[in-house]
Write a protein that binds this ligand. Structure first.
Ligand code: DC
Length: 233
């Protein structure tokens, strides 16, 4: 079966990465969490003391880009890939509320996007990749063979984010999580550079009432149907 690029976009905490990881594992593809890359830039800027009270200077963030080296390494224990920033595993740190509260603002900076999009395109060169984010089907891989746009009810999304944080030993208030998700939806859909929108040729997947298995089955079937259509490649 020819290898393809699967682009998964959608709102925060819709289960994009859960589906993308499962799909990559099933297909024997690489999984790239593009949001983790924006989170790494944000974490590094925080570590350098460049963000104070959620305020930063674009020039300072742009100046650190050459020092931010991001990689993904398979974790045999969790059976998924972890994010490394300058060779340090930052999987837990990049999910903190501190990073979540400012990452959308950092991702608005044009030079940050240009830098990370170039890296993402390099990662997709050999195909056989599942990448999730906000602009993958519209901007990073506009010619991806399969594009999925995910959405889910707000309450379901809050529950999922709370579960994710709790499973990582972090305890946060439900209202704080809701506020953060609403703010990020607004930032992601209203920014000037490559805002979150559904690509015209993306398949809409509302997974509010679907199990993980049902979502995986749905997408695997789409891939099988696609590979039967020769002109998809
Ligand atoms: O998927 P996530 O919640 O980890 O993403 C974190 C932030 O990064 C999100 O608020 C918006 C930004 N992002 C982006 O602008 N473009 C992407 N392709 C992925 C994420």
């Amino acid at each position: 079966m020819p290898k393809i690029i699967v682009a998964i976009d959608g709102y925060s905490s819709c289960g994009k990465s859960t589906l993308a990881r499962a799909l990559a594992s099933q297909m024997g593809y690489a999984y790239i969490d593009s949001g983790a890359m924006y989170r790494c830039v944000t974490l590094y800027a925080l570590q350098q003391g460049m963000i104070k009270d959620k305020v930063f200077l674009d020039e300072e963030i742009i100046s650190i880009l050459p020092d931010v080296h991001i990689s993904f390494q398979f974790n045999a224990h969790s059976k998924t890939s972890d994010t490394y920033l300058n060779d340090v595993n930052v999987e837990r740190q990049i999910r903190s509320l501190e990073v979540a509260e400012i990452v959308s603002k950092v991702s608005i900076v044009k030079e940050v996007r240009t830098h990370l999009v170039a890296l993402q395109r390099k990662m997709g060169k050999g195909k056989g990749i599942v990448m999730d984010g906000r602009d993958i089907g519209t901007n990073v891989f506009p010619h991806a063979e399969l594009k999925i746009f995910m959405t889910a009810d707000m309450d379901v999304r809050i529950d999922r984010r709370l579960d994710e944080l709790t499973s990582k030993g972090m305890h946060v208030d439900r209202e704080d999580v809701k506020r953060n998700l609403l703010q990020r939806d607004h930032d992601d859909t209203h920014r000037k550079e490559n805002p979150l929108i559904k690509a015209v040729d993306a398949v809409l997947l509302d997974n509010s009432e679907l199990t993980r298995e049902e979502q995986l089955e749905f997408v695997v079937k789409l891939i099988h149907d696609l590979t039967l259509t020769k002109d998809a490649f």
